[in-house]
Design a protein around this ligand. Structure first.
Ligand SMILES: [Zn+2]
Ligand SMILES: [Zn+2]
Length: 370
């Protein structure tokens, strides 16, 4: 099989910085799509995996918010052709009962196919000096100059928007916006609190405003993020370092909020999410926390019609939802360009550090010219 040379950000050791290296990658199989990566967003999940991945999955290439141009397609691919501009998203098997009923984000194989470090059949396209390198992260591993995707996770996008801006739509932005619009279906004039106003939370703020929610309450520890939440549609903000969240929510809403989106993945914040819900309210939980994390939720509060549900990728079907978000962006309803800051590929570790400090909300690495 023909092999191509790529440059990729490789993790050699758990928690160690990314190292740019030359690798070899097999060409696309019949059902695969070779994409030249133009840019890739960095998501918290990349950092969590970097800090937890253990041998034998190392070395490994991450990256799952890629955008790029189709270079070559396998013989069975009909959805895209060379030259098409695409955004890459999460992968799903397409065959299990959850996929067949349109619930792709809850695919039975979601963990193996997105986090397994190989194709579902256990093979890998990446090599280094003849030895295997783990990849296929979210069906892409796009911290690289080229990636292999499939028809299930490529979304063709139009050419009137800068391609380097669009990668984060494939994970972080569709997660926040989809949680509000697809999962919770927040109606006009319903109240919502968003716990954590990083990239996912700010996407949720914009979507809540587009849905006509009121009030929209952003909660965070970083003043800069809260200021941006206000600019993007939050009617109230709570600085959790200085203010009592329960007290402030009671002051703003009286009986509690109709919806809560919990994005911090801290157990005490999921407990708080239930504590601040109005009767019959729904809390959406995004992020599983550290392995084994459990939250002590009040059973008596839950009894009064309150619901807690987990949400993956905002229940988004990328080929439907990403074009919708792009259309909202065109109409000024989803100005996600306000969240991003661009870095060169070789600045990947700086970009991660700036994201951790709250200095940058959504870093995007430029990999090649559009
Ligand atoms: Zn499936
Ligand atoms: Zn992500």
């Amino acid at each position: 099989m023909k092999s191509i040379k790529i440059t990729a950000a490789v993790i050699e050791k758990t928690g160690a910085p990314f190292v740019l290296q030359e690798l070899e990658m097999d060409g696309p199989r019949a059902d695969e799509i070779l994409v030249r990566i133009v840019a890739v967003g960095i998501c918290q999940t990349d950092v969590h995996v970097r800090d937890r991945v253990q041998p034998p999955e190392l070395p490994m290439v991450l990256g799952h918010e890629g955008s790029g141009v189709v270079e070559e397609v396998g013989a069975a691919v009909t959805a895209v052709k060379p030259g098409d501009r695409v955004v890459l998203s999460y992968d799903a098997c397409g065959q299990c009962r959850f996929c067949l009923s349109g619930r792709y984000t809850y695919c039975e194989h979601a963990m193996a196919i997105n986090f397994g470090g190989s194709r579902l059949d256990g093979t890998n396209a990446l090599h280094r000096a003849g030895a295997e390198v783990h990849g296929h992260f979210f069906g892409q591993s796009s911290f690289a100059t080229y990636a292999l995707a499939s028809e299930r996770n490529v979304v063709k996008v139009s050419s009137d928007l800068p391609l380097e801006l669009l990668g984060p739509l494939g994970c972080g932005l569709q997660t926040g916006a989809g949680a509000v619009l697809n999962s919770l279906r927040v109606p006009a004039n319903a109240s919502i609190a968003i716990l954590g106003t990083g990239a996912v939370g700010l996407a949720a703020v914009m979507a809540a405003r587009a849905a006509g929610a009121h009030p929209i309450i952003g909660v965070d520890l970083v003043p800069k993020r809260l200021a941006l939440a206000t600019e993007l549609g939050a009617t109230h903000t709570i600085d959790a370092r200085k203010e009592d969240i329960r007290k402030r929510i009671a002051e703003i809403t009286g009986s509690g909020v109709d919806y809560v989106l919990e994005i911090t993945a801290l157990p005490e914040m999921l407990k708080l999410a239930v504590d601040i819900l109005a009767p019959c309210g729904t809390a959406g939980q995004i992020g599983g926390g550290v392995p084994g994390a459990e939250a002590p939720i009040s059973m008596s509060r839950l009894l009064l019609g309150r619901t807690v549900r987990g949400i993956v990728q905002g229940d988004s079907i990328p080929r439907i939802f990403i074009p919708r978000l792009i259309e909202m962006h065109r109409r000024g309803q989803f100005p996600f360009d306000r969240l991003v800051r661009f870095y060169d590929f070789k600045e990947i570790n700086q970009a991660v550090a700036d994201s951790a400090s709250g200095d940058t909300i959504k870093p995007i690495l430029r990999i090649s010219a559009a």
